[in-house]
Design a protein around this ligand. Structure first.
Ligand code: XMP
Length: 319
């Protein structure tokens, strides 16, 4: 479907509600709830459009940020949603063992994600529809609608051919990120969910360069939590900020002895629509604090660097 030149959110909501009601009838719908802005708004929209028909599955892929699984569970506890949490860390890490190519990682994570849904939905009885919080830039950058493929976005490029659902429900697929946030507020979601920074579908899998291992992920999670804590505290936080576990090792000194450990990169960008982004000129005192805190907290990190690349030519994510 083509995005109209002028899009009114109230009209869009009304249209989508009618379209979804028509599409799914009385059937149940399964949603991948990640706790990010897109899937949360998708859940809110669906629970309003088709109350009582929505089951949300939260897959803990092991590629989530620090304590994220618990936070998602907490955020939706007591809400009018049927939420199921699956711990799938072991199977994701198993599938990713030895894989270093970014596109291959994205495809594997996307496919495994869908497989988990298929298996879980089979356990839940007949749920013919799968909902996804795909937004307009995901479709553009995945080469749909006649655009060139830049990266396979996890919720588009990773779909296997033999999908076992009758149909897909993607109520946000014509919206840009800022519109999704406005819609979330309209639907009554709390600010902390609506204004959360985006997190890619493949999670830390595309922020852990080279082979993805639990050890690298655990170190990255701690570093990333420090970056987010420091930049959350700024008066004007950037649009997106996080840590990347690079695949580069460097020599350092720990307790007077030679050490040889990986480098952590810090990324912070400002953007309106995520199609273009500028790296943020963070104050050196902030960068210094981040660096000291990360190297103190994670002994297996040798040094911390700051990414000063805008988009284009860089993308926001490293992979
Ligand atoms: P890039 O790296 O393409 O990122 O400049 C643009 C925005 O999209 C997010 N991103 C993703 N979101 N699935 C998503 O839902 C994905 O596979 C994915 N990859 C990147 C990225 O974090 C940034 O906000």
């Amino acid at each position: 479907m083509q995005r109209p030149e002028k899009l009114d959110l109230q009209d869009y909501l009304k249209q989508q509600t009618e379209q979804i009601q028509q599409q799914v009838g009385n059937n149940r719908v399964l949603l991948a709830l990640s706790g990010g802005v897109d899937s949360s708004v998708c859940a809110a929209l669906l629970s309003q459009a088709i109350p009582g028909q929505l089951t949300c599955i939260f897959v803990d892929t092991g590629l989530m940020r620090l304590d994220e699984g618990d936070q998602v569970e907490e955020a939706f506890a007591g809400k009018n949603l049927d939420l199921i949490r699956i711990n799938a860390e072991a199977r994701f890490l198993d599938k990713l063992r030895g894989i270093t190519d970014p596109e291959q990682k994205r495809k594997i994570i996307g496919e495994e994600f869908i497989r988990v849904f298929e298996e879980e939905s089979a356990k839940l009885g007949d749920i013919p529809y799968l909902a996804q919080g795909t937004i307009y830039p995901d479709i553009i950058e995945s080469g749909k609608e006649g655009h060139e493929n830049i990266k396979s976005h996890h919720n588009v490029g990773g779909l296997p051919e033999d999908l076992a659902f009758t149909g897909l429900v993607e109520p946000l697929s014509l919206l840009y990120k800022d519109e999704v946030r406005v819609l979330g507020t309209t639907l009554g979601l709390p600010d902390y969910l609506v204004h959360r920074q985006p997190f890619p579908g493949p999670g830390l899998g595309v922020r852990c360069i080279g082979e993805v291992t639990k050890e690298k992920l655990d170190a990255l999670r701690v570093a990333d939590a420090i970056v987010r804590e420091e930049l959350d505290a700024l008066d004007a936080s950037p649009a997106q900020y996080f840590a990347v576990m690079t695949d580069t090792y460097s020599v350092g000194v720990r307790e007077g002895k030679r050490a040889y450990h990986p480098v952590i990169a810090v990324r912070a960008v400002d953007t309106n629509d995520f199609m273009q982004a500028e790296y943020v000129q963070l104050p050196h005192e902030v960068l210094n604090r981040i660096s000291q805190r990360i190297t103190d907290a994670v002994p297996t990190v040798s040094r911390v660097v700051y990414d000063v690349t805008s988009k284009p030519p860089g993308t926001v994510e490293w992979e």
